[in-house]
Design a protein around this ligand. Structure first.
Ligand code: GUN
Length: 285
């Protein structure tokens, strides 16, 4: 069994991004800029946003967080997004999800300029991914593909079972795998007999937020496991959706939690923001 080390790869990517930021600054005096909208005080969201900001600082990006109260109005967030769409110092806009119940999430995601949509959540970019065209791809599934590539794991023709069908993870994960010629099954909360599906999988990619969902008897020998779940166990430790101790014995490769997919998500946010900044720099010429 070999661990897929997302921490190590993300460090490598950060060094590359830092280098490219320096070059971009020398070439056109541009500094990539990321704006984050954080609504409310959800501890997980607050922690993620802090990590994203720190990563921006490490690679030399300009970043700003719009910290908004839980009871903020739809109009106030919309105004902020429009302002950022029109701000030439901002290359990427990220709305941290989930949002409070009074907010129309779809409307906000559709308001973000598609060329600043570094999360890849705008329907324009979702459509481009579905058709296999270049665009912005959601950071977590993009990070998974980079991690597989780093370890020379080719998904072509492989049976890939995605567990979870969210817009953020499961659906774009399936699209990326399909674009890379994998055979893809998407399973979710209403799937009958999950084990029947996972037992057939060469690669299982799971991100639903259920501790120990994937157990030893649900996987075949030499399976590759990508654990996208992040859960807080009773003992306070971070764990994924896979019973790591027992499942890892049967794996050829597995991602640890923490240190697997998590750091890759942030690395891909940096890459997407750099990509947006480069395109904007070209436009300004
Ligand atoms: N909430 C959970 N994951 C994500 C993510 O990748 N991006 C944003 N914007 N919100 C999230």
């Amino acid at each position: 069994m070999e661990l897929l080390d997302g921490k190590a790869l993300s460090t490598k990517i950060e060094i590359q991004v830092t280098d490219e930021v320096k070059k971009l600054k020398e070439k056109c005096g541009c500094t990539p800029g990321l704006a984050v909208v954080l609504v409310g005080q959800d501890p997980a969201s607050t922690a993620y946003v802090k990590m994203k900001k720190k990563a921006c600082d490490r690679v030399g990006f300009y970043s700003i967080t719009h910290d908004m109260p839980e009871n903020i109005s739809q109009e106030a967030i919309e105004k902020t997004i429009i302002m950022m769409n029109n701000d030439s110092n901002i290359d990427g806009i990220l709305i941290q999800l989930p949002l409070p119940a009074q907010i129309d999430e779809t409307k906000l995601l559709e308001l973000v300029a598609p060329d600043k949509d570094v999360d890849g959540f705008h329907p324009f970019n979702v459509g481009r991914l579905a058709t296999g065209l270049d665009g912005f791809v959601p950071c977590t599934p993009l990070g998974v593909m980079e991690l597989l590539k780093e370890y020379d794991i080719d998904v072509k023709g492989k049976n890939c079972v995605v567990v979870g069908a969210s817009n953020i993870v499961g659906k774009p994960m399936a699209a990326l795998l399909l674009n890379a010629d994998a055979t893809v099954e998407i399973t979710h909360i209403f799937t009958d007999d999950l084990k029947k599906h996972t037992l057939n999988a060469d690669i299982i990619l799971v991100g639903v937020g259920v501790i120990n969902l994937i157990k030893e008897d649900m996987v075949k020998e030499n399976v590759i496991i990508i654990d996208i779940g992040i859960n807080r166990a009773d003992n306070g430790k971070l764990v994924g959706d896979v019973d790591f101790l027992n499942v890892s014995k049967k794996c050829s490769y597995i991602t640890p939690v923490p240190g697997g997919v998590g750091p890759m998500t942030i690395a891909m946010l940096l890459k997407n923001t750099l990509k947006a900044a480069k395109a904007n720099a070209e436009d300004k010429k």
